[in-house]
Design a protein around this ligand. Structure first.
Ligand code: FAD
Length: 466
């Protein structure tokens, strides 16, 4: 059988691209190395991490805030096995949802490693070594990414682990050392801190979540410290030594002073690297850049003119919803349409508690570009909704053009900002001014009132409840 389009990789980029191709009438196949579909996101990324974040947050609240709400509990304890089993159940439910979608859209699924033989032939080798050849007019590479490490770190997957193993631990660590203060480290560190682990973060930069607006990192650090996190910021890891039961991490600060941190688990979360091994890129002349990412043009076409690439394997934010947008984009380009992605408006979220969410430019980027801007902030503490729920940590910061008042960046930390950020995306997509939002009615009492008030603050400093 010859296909119009064959997608390699079934993560959020790949499976969404396959569905859109099928919707547009193309005969479509998808190739996935593993037995389950859904890629990193559904199997070992977004979904399982959020399942554990939710479970651990319930426990943390039961232990620390229920009393104040007037709910008394006796003999509260964590059943980690049940927590991990529930997470596995959620993963199984969402991945079987993708199976269903493939059948519904009449997409042929091949399980095995996909490798280019030539521009129109992909060889699929399954777990038993059986080889099938798939003929295709066009191909979309959506092979995603793998955890990155440092050359001198031996990830033994027992004591020195990546996010994948951190989602499957058999015991609650006594002391988890997290290398890397980025999103994944802060989220998985939060899971185990809430369950009672001491968590120490060693980060090379001077802030956590360093790519976000600096105010966000500063505020998040305060909340995580209350949860029991220790921070070694501005520290470069020089050695990681694991034994059967312990891990020792050595790090050096900018003055050359050494620290030694001892724990029982070390999570290495210093980022992810594109995954192209075994794809046979050399057989089709596809190039990668100095960071191993597949090079693409503005239509996401690789150096082979019938092969496209999307998601974590190319440049840009390593986020599921960015991969999805690119999946739809490429399918529509193949169909002769002229779609568009506004990369400036891909929101970023950290699912800690409080959640951190952002879209658009940071204050640091605005300063660096020299653009005249104004800023308005509103604290969660002044919200009736936050007082009622006892979630008073947080703020919303709106950055707008000084002359035109157009919103240029929105940065939020607080309860449920992951859902609230969508309003800012819509506003910015329609190029709203801060005053536009300030004049729109927001339901009371909600957390979303903080966005309206921050917009009022950015508009001639006229927040009403501050
Ligand atoms: P992937 O999801 O990585 O999928 C690629 C697929 O290709 C894999 O299934 C792989 O097995 C398959 N594959 C690779 N090579 C071959 C081959 N040669 N043949 C056949 N199949 C192949 N992002 C968010 O937006 N929100 C979050 O909350 C979030 N949380 C995360 C939490 C964790 C712990 C991690 C690790 C990541 C998280 N991410 C999150 C990032 C998100 O998972 C990725 O950005 C997203 O999965 C990228 O999608 P993709 O389709 O490009 O690739």
């Amino acid at each position: 059988m010859k296909y119009d389009v064959t997608v390699i990789g079934s993560g959020p980029g790949g499976y969404i691209a396959a569905i859109r191709c099928a919707q547009l009438g193309m005969k479509t196949a998808i190739i996935e190395k593993y037995n389950t579909l859904g890629g990193t996101c559904l199997n070992v990324g977004c979904i399982p991490s959020k399942a554990l974040l939710d479970s651990s947050e319930h426990y943390h609240n039961a232990a620390h805030t229920f009393g104040e709400h007037g709910i008394e509990l006796k003999d509260l304890k964590v059943n980690l096995k049940q927590m991990i089993d529930r997470k596995a159940g959620v993963v199984s439910q969402v991945t079987s949802g993708v199976d269903f979608l493939m059948k519904k859209n009449k997409i042929d699924v091949f399980h095995g490693m996909g490798s280019f033989v030539d521009k129109n032939t992909i060889q699929v080798t399954d777990a038993e070594g059986k080889v099938t050849k798939v003929e295709t007019e066009k191909a979309i590479i959506a092979t995603g990414s793998k955890p990155a490490s440092l050359q001198f770190i031996n990830i033994d997957k027992k004591r020195v682990i990546t996010s994948t193993e951190a989602l499957e631990l058999k015991e609650i660590p006594k002391h988890m050392i997290v290398i890397g203060g980025g999103v994944i480290g802060m989220e998985l560190g939060s899971v185990y801190a809430r369950l009672g682990a001491e968590v120490s973060v060693v980060e090379f930069m001077d802030d956590i979540i360093p790519s976000m607006d600096k105010t966000m990192g500063r505020e998040l650090k305060k909340s995580l410290k209350k949860l029991g996190f220790n921070f070694y910021l501005g520290h470069k890891v020089t050695e990681v030594k694991g034994t059967a039961k312990t891990v020792t991490v050595k790090a050096e600060n900018k003055k050359g002073e050494l620290v030694e941190v001892k724990g029982d688990y070390c999570l290495v979360s210093i980022g992810r690297k594109p995954y192209t091994e075994g794809l046979g890129l050399e057989n089709v002349g596809i190039k990668t850049d100095d960071r191993g990412r597949i090079e693409v043009d503005s239509h996401l076409v690789t150096s082979a003119d019938n092969i496209y690439a999307i998601g974590d394997v190319i440049k840009g934010a390593m986020l599921a919803h960015k991969a999805e947008e690119e999946g739809v984009f490429v399918a529509e380009v193949i169909n002769g349409e002229k779609p568009h992605i506004n990369y400036n408006l891909i929101p970023g979220v950290v699912y800690t508690w409080p959640e951190v969410s952002a879209v658009g430019l940071t204050e640091e980027q605005l300063k660096e570009s020299g653009r005249a801007y104004k800023s308005g902030s509103f604290s969660y503490r002044a919200l009736g909704r936050a007082q009622a729920s006892m979630d008073v940590a947080g703020l919303v910061k709106v950055l707008a053009d000084k002359e035109t008042d157009e919103i240029l960046g929105v940065h939020m930390i607080g309860a449920r900002t992951a859902d609230m950020i969508s309003e800012a995306v819509v506003a910015m997509e329609f190029r709203a001014s801060a005053e536009d939002i300030a004049r729109m009615s927001h339901a009371h009492p909600t957390y979303s009132e903080a966005f309206k008030e921050a917009c009022l603050a950015a508009t001639d400093n006229r927040a009403l409840n501050a």
